[in-house]
Design a protein around this ligand. Structure first.
Ligand code: ACO
Length: 327
């Protein structure tokens, strides 16, 4: 059967960090509340002149370097994000230009926190159509550009980052992308929204921005659905491969909240020491979260040779997904 490969990984986070102590000075919160409710200690924040494509660029270059490819060998670029540089041009087109990947088509993909898994599945499909393709997929977010820093229930949760992978069909590769499964439920879309400025919530010239421009969510509802949907799709992808939790060497779920990760691990009977966690250092970086964790885990030596790695994600839409990688 046709199994696309991952040829390189990369990640990047802006240098500036925002600690819980910093947030204590901005809203009525405490390090203790944030730590016990979310597991987050600090998150990275883009500089005013750093947009989605600027975070994507170093992550993409790292992934290309590991793949041993030059930008002009890329045929496709997908950027998963809900915080692109602009509506038009897409972050993927801006990135294409900054990379000098002049032979690649480029498009953004909108699936909120599940965007990276959605782009992996898209890459899989494109590689079936174009066997010679070399595809760059990036999850990149400047969520702080859509964070309401007067709303303590959301502003403590998010951070900016990017993660990237290069895919192609070849034998000598870092990992095989064995399977991807995706799901969505638009009937629950209202529970996690960024509406302002969309065509459903248009802004007239001269009107100022209101809370609707920023992430708004029903946290405890999102929490419940995140655990349920990720557990279900993870079990489906394992069953399809004839595997069980004990066959997985490392589980990398979306990094939104340590309590979601723990509840998910418990539900799936995964020992927590087989679960990769960096939400404490990055917060929730949406589409960047899974590729950031994956690339970091690989660089830091947490992925042994011949490892089977399981990915899972959940985000606004709602959207969710799971994937299996064989190293
Ligand atoms: N500091 C102090 N108190 C706070 C803060 C804060 N930063 N934020 C909320 N509170 C208060 C609330 O006002 C509330 O007070 P009240 O009872 O007097 O009204 C109290 O804490 C409890 O609020 P809850 O919302 O019930 O707290 P909960 O335990 O559910 O935790 C949280 C909130 C952390 C947001 C949790 O629901 C969560 O993580 N949900 C999932 C959110 C998430 O990860 N979404 C992303 C997934 S999809 C994506 O990545 C886009």
């Amino acid at each position: 059967a046709h199994t696309p490969k991952i040829l390189g990984f990369g990640h990047y986070a802006p240098s500036r960090t925002l600690t819980n102590a910093d947030l204590e000075k901005m809203v009525d919160t405490s390090d203790d509340w944030i730590t016990t409710r979310t597991g987050i200690k600090e998150r990275h924040v883009a500089a005013p002149d750093e947009a989605c494509s600027d975070l994507a660029l170093p992550a993409a270059r790292q992934a290309l370097e590991q793949a041993g490819l030059t930008p002009d060998s890329l045929t496709h670029i997908f950027v998963a994000t809900f915080t692109p540089d602009a509506y038009v041009p897409s972050a993927a087109c801006v990135l294409q230009h900054k990379l000098g990947a002049s032979q690649a088509m480029a498009m953004d993909l909108a699936a909120a926190c599940s965007g990276f898994l959605y782009s992996l599945e898209t890459a899989r499909a494109f590689l079936a159509i174009h066997p010679e393709a070399k595809i760059l997929v990036v999850g990149s977010e400047v969520i702080t550009s859509r964070t309401n820093f007067t709303d303590r229930s959301t502003c403590v949760l998010f951070g900016d980052a990017a993660g990237a992978a290069v895919l192609g069909n070849q034998d000598n590769a870092i990992a095989a992308l064995d399977d991807v499964l995706l799901g969505a439920d638009g009937s629950l879309g209202d529970l996690l929204v960024v509406r302002g400025g969309g065509s459903g919530a248009p802004v007239a010239l001269g009107e100022s921005v209101d809370e609707s421009f920023f992430v708004q969510m029903q946290g405890s509802e999102v929490f419940r659905h995140a655990v349920r949907s990720m557990a279900s799709i993870t079990n489906q992808v394992l069953a399809r491969a004839g595997l069980s939790a004990k066959d997985i060497d490392l589980f990398i779920p979306h990094q939104a909240n340590i309590r979601i990760i723990e509840a998910l691990a418990k539900k799936l009977a995964f020992p927590i020491d087989k679960v990769y966690v960096n939400v404490n250092r990055f917060g929730n970086s949406s589409a960047a979260s899974v590729p950031l964790a994956l690339s970091e885990a690989l660089q830091e030596g947490y992925i042994p040779e011949d490892a089977t790695v399981l990915l899972a994600s959940f985000g606004g839409g709602f959207t969710w997904g799971a994937a299996l990688l064989k190293f």
